[in-house]
Design a protein around this ligand. Structure first.
Ligand code: C2E
Ligand code: CA
Ligand code: CA
Length: 560
C-alpha cells in the first residue's frame, strides 16, 4: 500500500468515546479530534448500538467504567465475547486504581486516568494502542499466499472493504484474472512448471499494482482477484503477464482472461462485485482474440438464459426439439469434387427462443455433463436417418458425428454405439467419430485407451479442430487417428497469409507420411479450395460447397 493511502487511513481512524458525563466526553474529544475522527456515546446501551453498526470501521473505544445502565465492565465483557468485536482495542477510562486488574483480565488494552491531564500523553497512548492492534490484526489475517506473495482471499476481501471506507469518493474496479486451461498446463508439464507460471503471473500483477493503487490475491488455483482504483484499460496488465511468463518459460504460451466489474457501486457487497467480474470473464471462455470483458447487467441475463437451457433440456429431448443437420464433405483428389460423407451437427429448435446454434448451448452442457445425453441422442438420430436413407436407397454415405471429451470417459460409449448401429442394420464402419482436439490434451493415456477401444470396434477416428489448441504435431504420431481435420482458422487465412499456408503444407506432408487423411473445414471461397487441392488436401467441407442442412434438404441437394 502506498503512502498516500496510509495518510488517508490515519486521518480516518474512528475513535468512539463512551462516557455518561458530557463534560468528560467534550474534554477527551477535544484532545483527540485533531488526529482522529471522534464519535460519542452517552451510555453503554448507545455504545453497543454504535459498535454493532460500525464495528468494521472502529479503530478504538475509550470506555468509561461507571455508567448508569450497562456499565463499562458489561460493555467490555460483551465485546470480548463476540468474535467479530473482540479485536477492537478498548482503553478504559477510570479513576479507581483497583479496577485496573479486573479490566486487564477482561481484555482491556490500556488505561487512561481521570481526571485527564496531559493531552500529548493521551493522544500518544491512543495512537499506540491503535497501531499495536492494527499490527496484530494484520498478522491475524495476513496469510499471504506462499506461492505468489499476494494476499490470501480472506484478507483480501477484508482489506478491499477497508480500502472502500478510507476512499469513499474514488472509483474502484473489481477484477478477476484467470489463466486459461491452467489444468492442462498442470497435466502436461507437471506441478513445478505450473507453479512457476502462477508465480510469474503473481509477480506481474504485483508489478502492475506498483503504479496503480490496488491490492490482489490468489483466490483459487489459477484465479487472481484484483481490487483497484478504476482503470480505463487492462491490456497493459495482460502484456506484462505474457512478457514475464515468456521471458522465463519461453516454450509456454499462456492465455489469461480478465473480467472487470468497473466503477463498483458502493451498495454492492464486495464478494458480489467479484462474482460480476467473474460473470464477465466467463463470457470470454473459448473466445480467441478477446481477453478482456467488462461486466454489464445483460451478462447476468445471459447466465439466467443458460439456466433456462439447462432446465429445458429434458423436455426438449422428449419433444424432439433437437434436430440434426448434415453438412456434406467432398473428396477433391479427382477432377471434380465428389460427395464422400457428411457431418451431423445438432440444432435446437427451442419452443420459446427459436433456432439455437450449438455454440450457445453445448458449452453450457459440457460444463455439467448433460452433453452426454445430448450426444447419444444425436448419434441415435443420425444412425436412424442413415438407415432410413439406405432403406429408400438414397445414400449409403458414412456420416461423422461429434464426440465430446466427456463421452470418452463413459465405459459403455462403444457398446452404446454398436447396439444402436446393430438395431438399425448398420456397422461401425458406417460412422466416423469426430473428436475435438482439446480432448487430446486432457489425459492422453486414458484417451489413447478409449480411442483404441473404439478403433478395435471398427470406428474411424477424425481429430477435429486440429491446430486450435495445445497439441503439437506429434499427437498425430501418438494418437491412433484416421483423419485429421484442420481447424477452420487456418483455412480462413490460408489465401492471405504465406506463413499460414506454409504451416498447412507442413501438416499435410506430415499427415501423408503418417497415412492420415487430411480434411479441411470452413472452406468458404474458391481460392481456399484451390489452394487446398493444389497442396494435396484430400477432403473439404464448408460453405463454399454447402451449409449444414436439415436431412430432407440435404437429400434434395445431394442425392443423385
Ligand atoms: P465443428 O465440429 O468444428 O463443426 C463445424 C462448424 O463449422 C459447424 O458449426 C458448421 O456449421 C460450421 N461451418 C461449416 N462450414 C463453415 C464455413 O465455411 N464457414 C464457417 N464460418 N463455418 C462453417 P455449428 O454447426 O454451429 O457447430 C459448432 C460446433 O458445435 C461444432 O464445431 C461442434 O464442435 C459442436 N457440435 C455440433 N453438433 C454437435 C453434437 O451433436 N455433439 C457435440 N458434442 N458437438 C457438436
Ligand atoms: Ca466436428
Ligand atoms: Ca471443427
Amino acid at each position: 500500500m502506498n503512502d498516500n493511502f496510509n495518510d488517508i487511513q490515519h486521518l480516518n481512524r474512528i475513535v468512539l468515546i463512551v462516557d455518561d458525563e458530557a463534560v468528560n466526553r467534550e474534554i477527551l474529544g477535544a484532545m483527540l479530534e485533531e488526529e482522529f475522527t471522534v464519535i460519542f456515546a452517552a451510555d453503554g446501551e448507545e455504545a453497543m448500538d454504535i459498535i454493532e453498526d460500525s464495528y468494521r470501521r472502529l479503530s478504538c473505544i475509550l470506555l468509561d467504567l461507571v455508567m448508569p445502565g450497562p456499565d463499562g465492565f458489561t460493555v467490555l465483557k460483551r465485546l470480548k465475547s463476540r468474535n467479530e468485536l473482540k479485536h477492537i482495542p478498548v482503553i478504559v477510562l477510570t479513576s479507581e486504581q483497583e479496577a485496573e486488574v479486573k479490566c486487564l483480565k477482561l481484555g482491556a488494552a490500556d488505561f487512561i486516568k481521570k481526571p485527564y491531564s496531559d493531552p500529548e500523553v493521551i493522544r500518544a497512548r491512543v495512537s499506540r494502542t491503535i497501531e499495536l492492534s492494527e499490527d496484530r490484526e494484520y498478522i491475524r489475517v495476513v496469510q499471504k499466499d506462499e506461492l505468489t506473495g499476494l494476499y490470501s482471499r480472506q484478507f483480501f476481501y477484508e482489506y478491499a472493504r477497508t480500502m472502500d471506507i478510507y476512499n469513499k469518493d474514488g472509483e474502484t474496479d473489481a477484477v478477476v484474472l484467470d489463466v486459461e486451461h491452467f489444468h492442462l498446463i498442470n497435466e502436461m508439464y507437471g506441478r513445478g512448471p505450473a507453479d512457476e507460471v502462477l508465480f510469474l503471473v503473481g509477480g506481474a500483477i504485483r508489478e502492475f499494482l506498483e503504479t496503480t493503487e490496488g491490492i490482489a490475491c490468489r483466490s483459487d488455483a489459477d484465479i487472481f482477484l484484483i481490487y483497484i482504483r478504476h482503470q480505463a484499460d487492462y491490456s497493459e496488465l495482460i502484456k506484462l503477464i505474457e512478457k514475464k511468463v515468456s521471458a522465463v518459460l519461453s516454450s509456454f504460451h499462456i492465455r489469461v482472461r480478465i473480467g472487470v466489474y468497473e466503477k463498483a457501486m458502493s451498495n454492492i457487497v464486495m464478494e458480489q462485485r467479484f462474482s460480476y467480474a467473474r460473470v464477465a470473464s466467463n463470457t470470454l471462455r473459448g473466445k480467441y482474440g478477446k481477453d478482456i470483458a467488462f461486466y454489464d447487467p445483460g451478462m447476468s441475463e445471459r447466465s439466467i438464459y443458460q439456466e433456462h437451457l439447462i432446465s429445458d433440456i429434458h423436455g426438449a429431448l422428449k419433444n424432439n426439439e433437437f434436430e440434426v443437420y448434415y453438412q456434406p464433405k467432398f473428396r477433391i483428389t479427382g477432377d471434380e469434387p465428389v460427395l464422400c460423407s457428411a457431418e451431423a451437427l445438432v440444432r435446437w429448435r427451442h419452443y420459446e427462443y427459436g433456432l439455437i446454434k450449438p455454440d450457445e448451448f453445448l458449452p453450457v452442457f459440457e460444463k455439467n455433463g448433460l452433453i452426454r445425453i445430448l450426444d447419444r441422442y444425436v448419434w441415435k438420430k443420425t444412425i436412424e436417418q442413415m438407415r432410413e436413407w439406405r432403406e429408400r436407397a438414397v445414400f449409403t454415405l458414412p456420416v461423422s458425428v461429434n464426440v465430446s471429451r466427456i463421452d470418452l470417459y463413459d465405459e459403455d460409449m462403444c457398446e452404446y454405439l454398436l447396439d444402436c448401429l446393430k438395431e438399425n442394420g448398420l456397422a461401425s464402419e458406417d460412422i466416423y467419430l469426430e473428436i475435438t482436439e482439446s480432448a487430446y490434451t486432457d489425459d492422453n493415456d486414458q484417451l489413447i485407451k478409449a480411442i483404441n477401444k473404439l478403433k478395435a470396434a471398427g470406428f474411424k477416428i477424425e481429430m477435429d479442430d486440429f491446430g486450435s489448441g495445445y497439441s503439437s504435431l506429434n499427437v498425430i504420431t501418438e494418437m491412433p487417428i484416421d483423419f485429421l481435420k484442420l481447424d477452420m482458422n487456418f483455412i480462413k487465412r490460408i489465401n492471405e497469409d504465406e506463413k499460414v499456408l506454409h504451416i498447412v503444407k507442413l501438416i499435410i506432408d506430415m499427415a501423408k507420411f503418417m497415412g492420415v487423411t487430411m480434411v479441411a473445414e470452413g472452406v468458404e471461397v474458391e481460392p481456399q479450395y484451390e489452394i487446398l487441392r493444389e497442396n494435396g488436401c484430400e477432403i473439404v467441407q464448408g460453405f463454399y460447397f454447402s451449409k449444414p442442412l436439415p436431412a430432407m434438404e440435404f437429400e434434395i441437394c445431394f442425392a443423385d
